[in-house]
Design a binder for this molecule. Structure first.
Ligand SMILES: *Cc1c(COP(=O)(O)O)cnc(C)c1O
Length: 408
């Protein structure tokens, strides 16, 4: 009989969201009249920008003509999109990133998992705790971890706890690591990293020949002009970091699908024989072999994000969600709840009141306020005692959810 990939059997069976679903369903069946408000899921809710829709509609019409038809495009993305990204997202912020170093893709979730294809199996890996579960599960699937323990942590991974005790800043570990996943602004805690904090990581990575995988999916939500949007704002990062970006959260592309990965030329890893190999060439080979590019239509939609109209619409979307976040922060604080995040990220990370654990608070909120959030412990052991509320919702839902919480 055909054999399965045994690494998949090590996965803690997708516990968090199915368990939330189970509890919500049980509550709804028992209380069919309850009007639930879901502030749990990290998906956008506002419509796609007009500039993006117009660009996609024109692209569809072009595709209907003999001259404007596009078949397979470049696996790395069309030059005009890579140029716009390099210029507006990176060079405009002083980052020395060229169009050739941009790889357009259909999502950061896939890129941050697929990147393991070009990395060896002996790497010592560090992730934060709590963490975006994709980083951990993709390593489990690729056989880069041991089994999971009773605490839900996998053998072979170095967990970097982030909590109020360290200001939600990932601390450099005492044991050596080769591969470090950093996500700022952070999902789930909503924390953001300063230049000094990122510099400490870049210095560590260069000194130890480690690689940083920097997930900047939420960079558009940063409000303070002093804060870095890209790891490449830090000197030396070209030699030690890959960055993931996505149009999902800034331009509402979660269902449209377009993202990008930056692999700087000259960034190197080590082969088994000790020789140094450029990661750019490996990633280029990986994408050319296993990926056939993002649709022309979608790439034209993404390009429109960089037009004046697109920029205005994206700014308005971000402001809208950040006002939601400000309302959530204000109302929870007024209700005596300790809040974190939500100032440079669309997530508010609250300390569960009266020492409740994360799941007890989930049940409490569900039953008493009919509001659904995400238990912090679902993102890692160090998330216990915390709870995530998302600012991705309509204003009326956010207002109503906060009114209910205030009245608890
Ligand atoms: C939403 C999100 C992304 C974006 O993923 P896509 O596949 O591009 O939609 C990436 N990283 C984190 C941490 C996210 O929350």
């Amino acid at each position: 009989m055909v054999k399965v990939n045994g690494n998949y059997l090590k996965l803690k069976a997708g516990y968090l969201f199915p368990e939330i679903g189970r509890r919500v369903k049980a509550f709804s069946s028992a209380n069919p009249e309850a009007q639930l408000i879901r502030l749990g899921i990290g998906d956008v809710t506002e419509p796609l920008p007009q500039a993006c829709r117009d660009a996609m509609k024109s692209a569809i019409d072009e595709m209907g003509t003999a001259e404007g038809f596009h078949g397979y495009g470049p696996e790395q993305g069309y030059g005009w999109l890579r140029e716009a990204i390099a210029r507006d997202d990176f060079q405009a912020r002083g980052c020395e990133i060229s169009a050739e170093e941009i790889f357009v893709s259909d999502g950061s979730k896939c890129d941050s998992s697929n990147i393991l294809d070009i990395l060896g199996s002996g790497n010592r890996i560090a992730v934060t705790d709590p963490v975006y579960p994709v980083y951990v599960d993709s390593n489990v699937m690729a056989g880069r971890t041991g089994e999971s323990g009773d605490d839900g942590r996998y053998g072979g991974l170095t967990y970097l706890p982030i909590s109020a005790d360290n200001g939600f800043a990932a601390q450099i570990p005492s044991e050596p690591v080769d591969l470090i996943y950093l996500c700022y602004p952070n999902n789930p805690t909503g924390a953001v990293a300063t230049k000094a904090q990122l510099k400490a990581w870049v210095d560590y990575a260069r000194a130890n020949k480690a690689l940083i995988l920097f997930d900047a999916a939420y960079e558009a939500f940063i409000q303070d002009p002093e804060l870095p949007h890209s790891i490449y704002e830090i000197e030396g990062a070209r030699d030690c970091a890959i960055e993931f970006r996505s149009f999902s959260k800034n331009a509402g592309f979660t269902g449209t699908r377009c993202a990008l990965t930056v692999v700087p030329k000259g960034l190197k890893g080590k082969a088994d024989d000790g020789s140094e190999v450029e990661l750019w060439g490996l990633w280029n080979r990986r994408q050319s072999t296993k990926f056939n590019g993002v649709s022309y239509i979608i790439q034209r939609g993404a390009e429109a994000v960089y037009s004046d109209a697109g920029q205005q619409e994206v700014k308005a979307l971000v402001s809208f969600y950040m006002e939601n976040a400000a309302i959530i922060r204000r109302e929870l604080s007024a209700a005596g709840i300790e809040v974190h995040g939500g100032q440079h990220a669309p997530y508010v990370w609250l300390k569960t009141p009266s020492g409740m654990d994360s799941w007890s608070f989930f049940d409490h909120l569900l039953q008493k306020a009919n509001v659904v959030g995400t238990p912090g412990s679902g993102f890692g052991a160090a998330g216990e005692g915390y709870f995530r509320l998302s600012a991705f919702n309509s204003r009326s839902n956010v207002d109503e959810a906060m009114a209910r919480i205030r009245n608890l």
